[in-house]
Design a protein around this ligand. Sequence first.
Ligand SMILES: Cc1cc2nc3c(=O)[nH]c(=O)nc-3n(C[C@H](O)[C@H](O)[C@H](O)COP(=O)(O)OP(=O)(O)OC[C@H]3O[C@@H](n4cnc5c(N)ncnc54)[C@H](O)[C@@H]3O)c2cc1C
Length: 289
Amino acid sequence: VITKEIEFLAPESVAEALEVLSVRGPDVTVLSGGMSLMPMMNLGIVKPSVVMSLNHVAGLDSLSVEDGELKIGGMTRHRTVMTDDLIGTHAPMLAEAARTVGDVQVRNRGTIGGSIAHADPSADYLPVLAAGNAELVLASSEGTRRVPAAEFFIDLMFTVREPHELLTEVVMPVLEPGAGSGYVRFARVEGSFAIVNAAAVIGEGYSSTHIALGGVSPAPVMLDASDLFADGLSDEALEELASRAFDASEEATGDIHSDADYRRNMAGVFARRAVELAAGRLATAGGGS
Ligand SMILES: Cc1cc2nc3c(=O)[nH]c(=O)nc-3n(C[C@H](O)[C@H](O)[C@H](O)COP(=O)(O)OP(=O)(O)OC[C@H]3O[C@@H](n4cnc5c(N)ncnc54)[C@H](O)[C@@H]3O)c2cc1C
């Protein structure tokens, strides 16, 4: 229950929002879809004195492709990520991940920027962004900086974002023709957070294979398996990948859903599945269909 009075701000431009953050940054809590912030406020985990909504800021939900990069505004709702043609064509893994986020209400309201800023280690987008080599744009009244996803997430719900910065955009290199990608997750109940998730991107002809795992560490775990698949998929290479995923997930912790060892084993299983899924799409793309 929220018992104290909260100052509510609703800027209408990015410049206005950045001005607020430059003056009052540490005191201001940003509100995007509210799908994580509101439950945390209701539970008394977060007690902001100033809330700044981005819901009336113009231009924060734009989508474009420029110079081989897909640019997605931070206020883009999960539903749009899941259904938009531009995203489906150039970053199909992101659409695939968005489809699995929560339920209809969460997808209609929640945003990609909010999910990334919130940095839940089991969030669906995180391994996709890491495997896909995405960058996150942080804007402030002093300018902008682009941070690779692999460096953005520092710890459980903790990122490199400074209090005076706003996450305004996600930039993802477009999936090259002939390359394949795939996202898979393991959850007990549909609509709940993943216990473990994995994303894989395989370059044309297995020239590069990058995998990222979620749910097994405070930040996404990256695996470069390019050396394993130079001759294509083989049981031996997939076994070795599972073993590497297990080893790389040493920071996994247990909770009410599963113990740490189970998560590490699932990391191996889902790393394999992500690669197999991406490889199936690589073959289709290369098959000239
Ligand atoms: C029932 C339920 C089930 C869910 N299931 C899943 C799931 O299966 N998978 C999954 O990935 N997620 C799940 N979620 C979380 C959902 O994806 C949220 O939408 C997301 O975590 C937060 O996005 P939001 O836009 O709602 O952000 P908000 O709740 O508004 O904000 C979240 C945090 O990020 C900060 N913030 C928001 N936007 C910015 C910004 N632009 N710049 C800087 N800081 C910002 C806020 O201050 C706050 O601390 C679930 C949520 C619910 C309620």
